[in-house]
Structures are given as structure tokens and as C-alpha cells.
Ligand binder design. Structure first.
Ligand code: CAA
Length: 270
């Protein structure tokens, strides 16, 4: 999602530095942003001048120390608490003391992540939805230590991106994913139990419930590893068997069938 977040921040008028552990992925992220902005120009949503100006505001940043002067970090690494903690450990010493640190986590406790940093009072959850340039919502989530000033700065920032805010308390998977992921998990159970085929399940929910995408297509779009991580956070955090990840979802992830990004998930994209 990092490229989508960089995309909307640059269009919102902010200077953006895009960092990844893998330099090649910075390049591919910039190429994706370029392509997605071109789509927005062709459909008349933005002008070519706005595209050029926004692209000019984004630069790749191959090293963490290069982020030393930023005012806000939006960490959007993989949905894995250990990885996120390691990033904060390397990042915090290079940041300005007054810089805000935020996470795009889909489910992990903001309070716990904040406690692993040197700035829990300047730490907040800014949770975008995928695809970021299209989806209007951002969930704002305070940890127990988040200061009012941090919350207000984050609120103003998201307003300036033209997104609508839903404020969520810091509970597992917040609001959108607490509701959305059990539905997706249930769709996988429906497949697992042989109630319907992949196509039948998705058609049922697209035409029967007017969802823009069927739940299995959406799972492939989000990434099956991310879906599984979110279900595990719900299952462990809320201690209720209704959140048990479907064994078929676990098996797909174990097979490396992670959805669109792996060219294979419930659908075959090869
Ligand atoms: N960047 C910029 N624009 C994009 C884009 C992108 N990555 N992807 C799509 N678009 C634009 C298209 O250019 C098109 O624009 P116009 O209307 O101006 O022509 C518009 O979005 C619609 O796209 P398409 O015509 O290609 O396809 P579509 O009508 O099938 O819509 C979709 C695609 C917007 C993804 C739609 O299927 C959808 O809304 N799906 C559900 C997405 C969803 O539920 N997201 C939430 C996932 S959960 C989450 O993100 C939280 C989490 O933590 C896991």
C-alpha cells in the first residue's frame, strides 16, 4: 500500500520520500504511482499538470538515515509485529525528536507498537484502504499514550488528503477489518465446505449483496497473508472461536498462494 499512500500524499501537496528495504521496490513503486496517476489523468480526475507536480514531489529514499528530516513517517510494512518493531528500532534514532511516527497497520495494537518506540505520545495509527487513491476512508486510531496534539495533526493531515476519517478505538483490527475480514474468512469456509465454487461465491456477493468485488477476489486483492494475519490478530486478541482462520486460508498461505501479488490465490493470474 506504500505506493498508494505516497501517491495521495503527493497529490495532496506534501513532499514524499519513499523508502523500502529493497531498492528495486522503490523503483517499481514509483512506476506504479506513475501508471496510476496516468489513469487518473485519462479519466479526468486530475490534470496532467497536477500529475507532473505530484510526481515531482516524490523521491526515492534508499536508506533509513535519509529520512532524518521528515515531519511524519507512515510505516506500511508487512502485517508482522516483529518486522514493524525492527523498523522502528532502526528508524527512531535517525528521526527528529518532534517527528510523528504513524503506522498503516490493518490490525495490530497501536498501544503495543507505540510502546516499542521512543515516542509513544507522537505515535498514531493512520489506516488507509486499498486501493488508496480510490478509497475515501482512513481510520485514525490513538494508542493509550497518543497526545491530543498528535491526533489533531494527523486529523488535519488526512483532511488535507481529501479523505474521510472514521475514528476507531484501539481494538484488534479496528472497525473496517473487524467487520470485513470475518466475512472474507466465512467466504473461505463456504468454499472449504463445498457450498459453492470460487466463482459462485463471488458472483453471489457481487450481485446478491452489491459488493464491488466478491469476497474471494477481494481476499486475493488484499493478499491472503495479510488476511490470515488479521484473522490471527482477531482470534488471539478477542479470544473467540468465531474468528478462527479457515484452514483453507492457512493452506493457501503455506503454499505461497498469496493472491494477486503472487499471481495465484483463489484465482490464477498467470
Ligand atoms: N490508483 C488510481 N486509480 C485507480 C486504482 C489505483 N490503484 N485502481 C482503480 N482506480 C480507478 C480507476 O482508474 C477507475 O477510475 P474512474 O472511475 O475515474 O474511471 C476507478 O478506480 C474504478 O476502477 P476500474 O474501472 O478499473 O475497476 P472497478 O470499477 O472494478 O473498481 C475497485 C475497482 C475500485 C478496486 C473496486 O472493485 C472496489 O471498490 N473494490 C473493493 C475494494 C475494497 O473493498 N477495498 C478495501 C479493502 S480492505 C482494506 O484495504 C483494509 C485493509 O487493511 C486490508
Amino acid at each position: 500500500m506504500g505506493n498508494g499512500i505516497a501517491h495521495v500524499c503527493a497529490l495532496g501537496g506534501f513532499d514524499v520520500m519513499l523508502h523500502d528495504v529493497n531498492v528495486d521496490r522503490i523503483e517499481s513503486g514509483l512506476a506504479t504511482i506513475n501508471g496510476n496517476m496516468a489513469r487518473q489523468v485519462s479519466s479526468g480526475r486530475i490534470s496532467e499538470e497536477e500529475r507532473q507536480a505530484a510526481l515531482g514531489r516524490i523521491s526515492g529514499c534508499p536508506t533509513l538515515p535519509g529520512l532524518g528530516e521528515v515531519d511524519l513517517v507512515i510505516e506500511s510494512a508487512v502485517e508482522n509485529e516483529t518486522v514493524k518493531r525492527e523498523i522502528y528500532k532502526a528508524l527512531c534514532p535517525v528521526l527528529k525528536p518532534e517527528a510523528l511516527l504513524s503506522t498503516n497497520t490493518s490490525s495490530i495494537s497501536i498501544t503495543r507498537l507505540a510502546a516499542s518506540t521512543d515516542r509513544p505520545e507522537r505515535f498514531i495509527g493512520i489506516h488507509f484502504m486499498n486501493p488508496v487513491p480510490v478509497m475515501e476512508l482512513v481510520e485514525l486510531v490513538r494508542g493509550i499514550a497518543t497526545e491530543d496534539a498528535t491526533f489533531e495533526t494527523a486529523r488535519t493531515f488526512v483532511d488535507e488528503l481529501g479523505k474521510t476519517i472514521a475514528v476507531s478505538e484501539d481494538f484488534p483490527a479496528f472497525m473496517v477489518n473487524r467487520i470485513l475480514l470475518p466475512m472474507i474468512n466465512e467466504a473461505v469456509y463456504v468454499l472449504y465446505e463445498g457450498v459453492g465454487s470460487v466463482e459462485a461465491i463471488d458472483t453471489a456477493m457481487r450481485l446478491g449483496a452489491r459488493h464491488p468485488m466478491g469476497p474471494l477476489e477481494l481476499a486475493d486483492f488484499i493478499g491472503l497473508d495479510t488476511c490470515l494475519s488479521i484473522m490471527q490478530v482477531l482470534y488471539e486478541g478477542l479470544a473467540d472461536s468465531k474468528y478462527r482462520p479457515c484452514p483453507l486460508l492457512v493452506k493457501y498461505v503455506e503454499a505461497g498462494w498469496l493472491g494477486r501479488k503472487a499471481q495465484r490465490g483463489f484465482y490464477d493470474y498467470r
